[in-house]
Design a protein around this ligand. Sequence first.
Ligand code: GCU
Length: 447
Amino acid sequence: MKKIAVFLFTTILLFSNSYGQFSKQARDSIYKITVIDYQNMLNQLGITSVRPGANGNDPKAPNAANYDESKANPFPDLPDPLVLKNGKKVTSAKIWWKQRYQEIVEDFDREIYGRLPRNTPKVNWEVVEVKNDTVGKFQVITKKLVGHVENSLCPTIKVDIQLSLTTPANATGSVPIIMEFGFIFPPGFRMPNSANKPKETSWQEQVLAKGWGFAILSPYSVQADNGAGLTQGIIGLTNKGQFRKPDDWGALRAWAWGASRALDYFETDKAVDAKKVGIEGHSRFGKATLVTMAYNSRFAIAFVSSSGEGGAKLHRRNAGEIVENVAGSGEYHWMAGNFIKYAGPLTPGDLPIDSHELIALCAPRPVFISSGEVGDAWVDARGMFMATVGAGPVYKLLGKKDMGTDIFPQVETGLMDGDLTFRQHSGGHTPGPNWPTFVEFASRYFK
Ligand code: GCU
């Protein structure tokens, strides 16, 4: 078992950019504690072996990631979002909200992302700095905020949520905000050479050009990005430093919880039109973005970038990253412990729900599912597209417009007319080239 854990952990280290920030000593210690936490969860689940994840680095490996479409759908039948557990069809919005919606939420809570504790602590927001600044050619006001999480439940664990909010200096009233789950790079880190590429206008400038503002939330200030951190952060605080139970929340729900607390703050800040707050995130934070949008109906719109497995991609697919990767010791902390069951003894085909139903939980609000192409195959754009198609009937039931097709579009051809949208840019693992498309999409709602 240890061997499997070690293998999976090393695999994720290669992909992950959340470990670069730590010294070798700190990494060793995170690794050791993670293995203990992972083993504890396997013991609670009574699992003695899990299947290894797909290898994304070596196409010759026996478990090399699959990119052959003819082998990508081992479990072609998706659960129907519009059929109740008792077999009856969902024929009205009322039945959706009263019954089916609750059933789907319960399944996602228990099997995939985990449950929030019954009571989560209060967050006291403090404005620590207000600064006049410029972003490109725009004059802005930036507030730095810290959300102090009330910790009387476990005073040894301190959680201070880091958030910044930037609004146009010349705004005469409240403005829409796009909030990003910000990646945190180690000090001195430089993005791999983008020097030769024409510089895109930053997303912040694109947003400011519309007269909106932006916010950046630091997810790691809410919950660490590793299994060792599960007895700390907001998850550890509410668990009083104990191990998680199999249906307790994982990091994705914790990050989403942090985003909701930021939105609580926005509701108190006159600079923000809190009815028009969008959420955006890439990769693991693309997953967090979709989870945020699905679970919190106060978010107005979402830009879900390269979210892949654990995000918009169907769990039932075998292409690029698969359930077994996310269930391994390098990534399981994103999810509920119960999710590991589907990497052995169960299979992804045994999941009572799939990601199209996570997207459906966002209905009727607008959602943009997106990715790159070359260099972004790991996220399985087609699997994410299929999930977006699968959410369509729920959008339609609620009077909204789906993509209007189930034919996978060409790269750079956005399906942007409905409330449920999809686009693959031709670049790599980055949201960059999809920003202009998203900003135009959001303008339809942020008049
Ligand atoms: C890895 C991981 C993905 C994740 C990505 C990231 O590639 O397998 O699930 O989305 O890291 O967040 O960068």
